[in-house]
Design a protein around this ligand. Structure first.
Ligand SMILES: [Zn+2]
Length: 490
């Protein structure tokens, strides 16, 4: 239970200079990053003033006080007086290139959104659009204090290159379906699309595995990978079972959509007599590390299976999109009680409009109170816990990031709470969750490298990205070809 306090030891005098010291901040520390009981863990969040974070080789070497740090040598020093240091936020589920479709289709139900707009448009994707979209997405996330994201899309090798160049951390999965929508085959071969010939069934799984094994550990270890079947309604039980088998053999996370909304669960029950979570259980996916996007259609009858998988299941909740589609929200309280790691997410910007995990944190706190009719549930400290350690756990990085503790990767953000909308501060947790916004993040650091310094991005040139992307948009949104990469039928 020892808090990560480590006064400078005499031995530190003989160490080579640190790479980076962030000094003078108030730091959010988890009293026990390994505490699994969410309530106790939330109570264990501490804000320690006048703290210094010492970074060596991309790792937090020491969390000490500013006076001790002033006696240490460092290649780089960031004066963070007046700022709050948090573990970087983790976006547990997104489709980063979909920022290219931000705001294109609004006020439609999900069937229409998928079948008439998104899946026809995604048949136009090119590697260049994916690269530019991912770059814009990374810029948005770095600005908003996100240091790690779990991405589920096509042409993931292109996105891996963007992750390498922008400096973020990511878990990447190459998506696949079991079968293509019938109308598409006739028109195949006409384009060089990034989603063209999205591999299906066993071939899709093989390609997803090939991507996962080829890219795992790249970008100096910042890239981890997963297998990425799309969802139980687009991937057969046979292919899901094969995915579980392959995940077990290669020790890989499986990232998929499931029980996205209540209608999917009802359709699954009507057609198969099983809920989507039953299907995950039956196919062995609850016996491996699995990251489930959304789960707003999870029922009480699903909880025992999730409880039995204790510690191996993460769920990404992205409340903004659920509100827009008029869905219920993720049953966070029941899932937490069942031992599921609930992380925060934005989904793609085509439905969510932003990749703002800070906003997801605020909305989660608010929507959970409203849904549970309980103002005492999902406190600001619990929300901070979901945004940091629980999100890290959900994407399989619970031992690596999510906490400002010695030995963890140096992924952190500095937040300025001096604005009129965040003053005065009576309760720092409440200020962070209910008053602060992602725009209050001033500095974003991943693996000890500064990706945004006092509001300025260091690895992405946004005007050049948006300039080129805007020229590609007319071809991207063309729907006259009648193609569609998949059909939403649930
Ligand atoms: Zn999604």
């Amino acid at each position: 239970m020892a808090a990560p306090t480590a006064p400078a030891s005499p031995a530190s005098a003989s160490l080579p200079p640190a790479d980076l010291i962030v000094t003078g901040c108030t730091a959010l520390l988890h009293a026990d990053p390994d505490e699994l009981d969410p309530q106790r863990a939330a109570e264990g969040i501490e804000f320690r003033p006048d703290t210094a974070i010492v970074v060596r080789d991309g790792i937090i070497a020491d969390v000490t006080d500013s006076a001790a740090a002033s006696r240490m040598e460092s290649v780089e020093r960031i004066d963070a007086h007046g700022l709050v240091a948090l573990p970087g936020l983790v976006n547990c589920h997104t489709h980063s290139p979909m920022v290219a479709l931000r705001g294109l289709v609004e006020d439609r139900p999900e069937q229409e959104w998928f079948n008439d707009w998104i899946w026809p448009i995604e048949s136009n994707l090119t590697p260049r659009v994916v690269a530019l979209g991912a770059r814009l997405a990374c810029a948005e996330m770095i600005r908003g204090g996100v240091t790690c994201f779990a991405d589920h899309y096509f042409a993931m090798d292109v996105i891996a290159d963007v992750v390498t160049e922008t400096g973020l951390r990511a878990n990447l999965g190459e998506a696949f379906f079991s079968s293509q929508e019938a109308g598409q085959e006739a028109s195949q071969g006409a384009s060089q699309g990034a989603s063209e010939g999205v591999a299906q069934g066993s071939e899709g799984l093989a390609r997803s595995l090939d991507f996962a094994l080829t890219h795992r550990g790249r970008a100096d270890g910042r890239i981890t990978t997963s297998l990425a079947p799309h969802a139980p309604y687009t991937v057969t039980a046979e292919d899901l079972a094969a995915t579980a088998q392959v995940a077990r053999e290669h020790d890989l996370l499986v990232h998929l959509h499931a029980a996205e909304n209540r209608a999917q669960t009802d359709t699954s029950l009507a057609r198969h007599g099983r809920t989507p979570i039953d299907v995950l259980h039956d196919t062995g996916l609850l016996d491996v590390d699995v990251l489930i996007a959304h789960g707003t259609g999870i029922l009480e009858r699903d909880l025992p299976a999730l409880r039995a998988a204790r510690g191996r299941t993460g769920i990404a909740t992205a409340p903004r999109g659920y509100m827009k589609f008029g869905w219920d929200t993720t049953p966070v309280r029941a899932l937490v009680d069942a031992g599921v790691h609930v992380g925060l997410a934005t989904d793609g910007a085509a439905s969510n409009n932003t990749l703002d995990v800070w906003e997801a944190m605020t909305l989660t706190a608010l929507v959970q109170k409203q849904t549970e009719h309980d103002p005492r549930w999902l406190t600001a400290r619990q929300a901070l816990r979901h945004a940091t350690l629980d999100s890290a756990r959900a994407v399989g990085l619970g031992d690596t990031v999510g906490s400002l503790a010695p030995g963890r990767r140096a992924d952190l953000v500095l937040v300025d709470l001096n604005g009129p909308h965040t003053q005065p501060v009576h309760d720092l947790a409440a200020t962070l969750v209910h008053s602060a916004r992602s725009a209050d993040v001033r500095t974003t650091i991943v693996d000890g490298r500064v990706l945004m310094r006092d509001g300025r991005l260091t690895t992405v040139d946004v005007p050049s990205v948006t300039g080129e992307l805007s020229q590609l948009l007319p071809a991207l949104v063309e729907r006259g070809h009648g193609k569609r990469i998949q059909e939403y039928d649930t």
